[in-house]
Design a protein around this ligand. Structure first.
Ligand SMILES: C[S@@+](CC[C@H](N)C(=O)[O-])C[C@H]1O[C@@H](n2cnc3c(N)ncnc32)[C@H](O)[C@@H]1O
Length: 268
């Protein structure tokens, strides 16, 4: 397993140490009064309940985020994406789609930056529950709509309605081409880069006029593929990062931020 996987593995070990003090929440329970988990096992089998394994802060958000068991946490993936969201006029009052929301970190940054509404998806149902829980704690649940992606239909826009479009699409998706073997590994591996392919193939039709996508990737092969696919699909890619890709290892942190926009008709 490479860099991002190592980060997850280290985090996983730390979480086992935290297990006794971990907190579980039942979906629908009031977020301000989570039930204490006095159990000792690392697994919590009660359906519809999730274990909070950590509370994490980032500069862009006013309070800590809960992170549920099996849900991804590595904010270095999205340092530059979060800074851009906080600074850009592309978010305020806009309709945003986030593909692969995890704890809800990036969606909540969009809401903090004034997005009118965010639709966020994830294939890991614990992540969907986690993002919903954090949105409720922040008081932003009305502006965040969460949708669970089925592993049988994992394409980027499979849970969107026909004709549904956004001003901005953001994603810090799985970066590496490998097969996930657990819910947690969905955060790391995109087999055959199928999620990436589906994201770019339909991007033009999912963006409103003037819309764009901001993608965080820390994998050279994936970024090379983004450039190839962008050509095929009439998209323009701007790298919002000063590091030359050729100087970086195959998998690296912090993630690189790419802006992807439809090319104007005269330039396709
Ligand atoms: C690297 S994590 C990023 C999570 C969060 N956006 C963040 O930056 O902390 C990628 C997320 O994408 C989700 N994911 C993987 N494949 C997906 C798919 N086909 N559709 C939607 N979400 C997916 C994973 O479950 C994981 O939560």
């Amino acid at each position: 397993m490479q860099l991002r996987g190592d980060v997850a593995t280290i985090l996983g070990s730390a979480l086992v140490l935290l297990a006794v003090g971990a907190v579980t929440v039942a979906l629908g329970a009031r977020p301000i009064a989570p039930r204490l988990n006095h159990g000792r096992g690392a697994h919590y089998a009660h359906s519809g309940s999730y274990r909070i394994v950590a509370w994490k802060r980032v500069d862009e958000l006013p309070q800590p985020l809960a992170v549920f068991e099996s849900v991804f946490w590595e904010p270095a993936d999205t340092d530059s994406l979060r800074r851009l969201i906080a600074a850009s006029k592309q978010v305020r009052e806009k309709h945003v789609l986030e593909i692969g929301t995890g704890s809800g970190l990036v969606s909540l940054c969009c809401l903090q930056a004034g997005a009118a509404r965010v639709v966020a998806t994830d294939i890991n149902s614990a992540a969907v529950a986690n993002a919903a829980y954090n949105a409720r704690r922040f008081g932003w649940a009305q502006r965040l709509e969460l949708r669970t992606v089925s592993p049988e239909r994992p394409a980027a826009y499979s849970v969107l309605r026909e004709g549904e479009q956004f001003d901005l699409i953001v994603s810090n998706p799985p970066w590496e081409d490998a097969v996930p073997r657990s819910n947690a590994e969905y955060a790391l591996y995109d087999p055959g880069f199928e999620l990436l392919r589906s994201m770019l193939a339909e991007l033009r039709t999912r963006l409103r006029p003037g819309g764009r996508a901001w993608l965080a990737y820390g994998c050279r092969s994936a970024i090379v593929m983004i450039h190839q696919l962008a050509d095929e699909h009439g998209l323009h890619v701007t790298t919002l990062d000063s590091r030359p890709l050729s100087d970086l290892p195959e998998v690296f942190l912090p993630g690189m931020l790419l802006e992807v926009e439809p090319k104007p008709a005269w330039n396709r």
